[in-house]
Design a protein around this ligand. Structure first.
Ligand SMILES: [Zn+2]
Length: 310
């Protein structure tokens, strides 16, 4: 007699084979978190094969979970995926295990251009580089607690142009402490401003935040900060202008990396400002109480060039 797990595996395998017969690659389990879909499609062919194997392992683990017992070790030696893709910053679902949580997260372990990284001016390419062309204005938005950070989703209308591409600002969010290390220093916080081009390419502007004068943009965001996971609070009144998060000195480091959260998709253009913006100690403390450490550890650079715009 077939166990429940075997029945589920058999049914899912039949569905998978049918899909293959129709000429469609089996689709890995959809991520719960926002994934830049356009980037996923840019994955090299070899990755696709792995994703299919990964998907099978995921089905096996899921079936075992449904049947109420541990999955058997798959004979091909691939790791079994655990859970439903829920990830966190510590413990069994923490950064060291992200790639094991969902087949879509494989880049978190296999990627060679991952973020964040330690930037060291003694090894950067130094010389002239184009200034960042930022056109930010006041737009409507809402503040969401997504379980990993406080994020401000913005209405369209803010643009960054660099390297011949125009990117639109979609959202900004925070990490405590900062994820990037610059010349051995880690700032108390960082804001990541996530921009997307019409083709789906991502550019993230990292603005370090340090203790000093209070910041009015942070004041607006903290005023509308949701308390519960998945709560969303619309920005009342006149909206928000992200320009207020930027320092006057816009010199920056530039390198190619990844999202610092699952699925860790690569092909992300990172623009890391050298000069922090100040926020008050009280503003730092409030975020730190909600998120004591929402930071991915530093990733190997694998000899990636980092450009320093002087
Ligand atoms: Zn971030």
């Amino acid at each position: 007699m077939q166990t429940l797990a075997e029945k589920i595996i058999a049914a899912m395998a039949r569905a998978e084979d049918k899909q293959k017969a129709n000429g469609k690659a089996s689709k890995p389990h959809a991520s719960q978190d926002k994934a830049p879909a356009k980037h996923a499609t840019a994955m090299p062919k070899t990755e696709k094969v792995d994703a299919t194997t990964a998907s099978r392992d995921y089905i096996r683990a899921k079936a075992a979970e449904l049947a109420g017992h541990q999955a058997d070790s798959p004979e091909d030696g691939h790791e079994v995926f655990l859970g439903n893709g829920h990830w966190s910053y510590e413990g069994p679902t923490g950064p060291a295990n992200w790639a094991k949580l969902n087949p879509e997260f494989s880049q978190c372990a296999r990627g060679k251009r991952q973020s964040p990284i330690a930037i060291d001016s003694s090894t950067t390419l130094q010389g002239p580089a184009e200034a960042l062309d930022l056109r930010y204005e006041t737009v409507a938005g809402s503040v969401v607690h997504n379980g990993h950070t406080i994020q401000v989703d913005l209405a369209p209308g803010n643009f960054l142009t660099v390297r011949g591409t125009r990117y639109e600002l979609a959202q900004f969010h925070f990490h405590h402490p900062a994820e990037e290390q610059i010349n051995g220093k880690v700032h108390p916080m960082v804001a990541h401003l996530v921009h997307r081009s019409a083709e789906g390419a991502l550019a993230v502007l990292a603005v370090p935040l340090t203790s000093g004068a209070a910041n009015p943009v942070i004041h607006t965001v903290w005023t509308h900060m949701p308390l519960d996971k998945n709560d969303r609070v619309p920005l009342s009144g006149t909206g928000i202008n992200p320009q207020g998060l930027l320092p006057s000195d816009m010199r920056y480091f530039q390198y190619m990396g990844s999202l610092t959260t699952p699925p860790c998709s690569e092909g992300v253009l990172w623009l890391v400002l050298k000069t922090p913006t100040t926020i008050s100690q009280a503003q730092l403390t409030l975020f730190g109480q909600l998120f004591p450490s929402n930071v991915r550890p530093l990733q190997p650079t694998h000899d990636r060039p980092v450009r320093e715009a002087l």
